[in-house]
Design a protein around this ligand. Structure first.
Ligand code: G1P
Length: 296
């Protein structure tokens, strides 16, 4: 009954970060000294995930390279006695069993998730969006908290957060009732509604756990918002057939697909690093005190 498999959809073009993401997948942009997707994979492994399928598209092969041994790099590192780098790469290559599949035509997140049907088979599974890092404030990861809900009810569980109403149009939005602190039984979901049409201010925060019945629903989900097959539309249908829960995450979601949020996360992660905190804070204070950087 436990969740062992996760899929990471990473096929999208990442145009919000253009042109930096034209030939570098947005999932490969650095956050500190690791690419974003490595943070996601490490969090998944820490949560108990054993196998990961990454959905990529043409031009995003550097994601495969990142998690695979590359012979000439190993040879060079050995020649130069770079033992620490060799150990780090060795660990990276063995983080988790990784597989990859191409989404040939970018027909939306729902279509990408449907490509995982053969990989998942008849088990519950997690979906971890490739441009979201979900930090937890507690001892367990957010994914582990969601796994507990899945195990308790044998039902899908969607990680959510409350956002100001004026930005709900960026998200999948929940309609449901709170059954206990931070846990909702959902009635439906709407992809990117306007504030006026939003059923609530509780939105999808980038991590999902689904029962395998989501695949049957996805196979019959028509094209929706932006001409794409939306996972949110499939969740709406699923919630009408079986229980779907929304879990309010006890942590912070970092949206890596948006420049301001990306920069904020980079600074936040650096300020949490023992070696970087002091020199970075002093530099920020000194810089902000200069006239040309004062807030206007
Ligand atoms: C996707 C989903 C949306 C979700 C969001 C979270 O949208 O379609 O429902 O709330 O991720 O990041 P995107 O950000 O890819 O437009």
């Amino acid at each position: 009954m436990s969740i062992r498999k996760a899929i990471i959809p990473a096929a999208g073009l990442g145009t919000r970060m253009y042109t930096s993401t034209k030939s570098i997948p947005k999932e490969m942009l650095p956050l500190m000294n690791r690419p974003i997707i490595e943070h996601i994979v490490r969090d998944a492994v820490r949560s108990g995930i054993e196998e990961i399928l990454v959905i990529i598209s043409r031009g995003k092969e550097s994601i495969i390279d990142h998690f695979s041994p590359i012979e000439h790099i190993n040879k060079e590192l050995k020649k130069k006695d770079k033992f620490n780098a060799i150990i780090e790469i060795e660990e990276l290559n063995n983080l988790c069993k990784m597989e990859y599949v191409y989404q040939e035509e970018l027909r939306g997140l729902g279509d990408a998730i449907l490509l995982a049907k053969d990989f998942v088979k008849q088990e519950g599974f997690a979906v971890l969006l490739g441009d979201n890092i979900v930090e937890s404030y507690g001892d367990e990861t957010t994914l582990q908290s969601m796994m507990k809900v899945y195990e308790r009810f044998s039902s899908s569980c969607i990680g959510t957060q409350r956002v100001p109403l004026d930005i709900v149009h960026r998200y999948g939005v929940m309609d449901g009732v709170e059954i206990e602190e931070g846990l909702y039984r959902t009635r439906g979901w709407v992809e990117k509604p306007s504030a006026n049409n939003a059923p609530s201010d509780i939105v999808v925060a980038g991590q999902y756990i689904f029962t395998p019945s989501i695949f049957d629903v996805l196979e019959h989900t028509p094209v929706g918002k932006n001409g794409e097959i939306q996972i949110t539309d499939a969740m709406d249908r699923l919630a009408k057939n079986e229980q779907v829960f929304a879990y309010k995450i006890n942590g912070k979601r970092h949206d890596m697909g948006n420049l301001l949020s990306y920069i904020k996360s980079m600074v936040e992660f650096a300020l949490k690093d023992d070696k970087l905190r002091d020199p970075l804070s002093s530099w920020i204070e000194a810089t902000l005190s200069k006239d040309k950087y004062r807030r206007r």
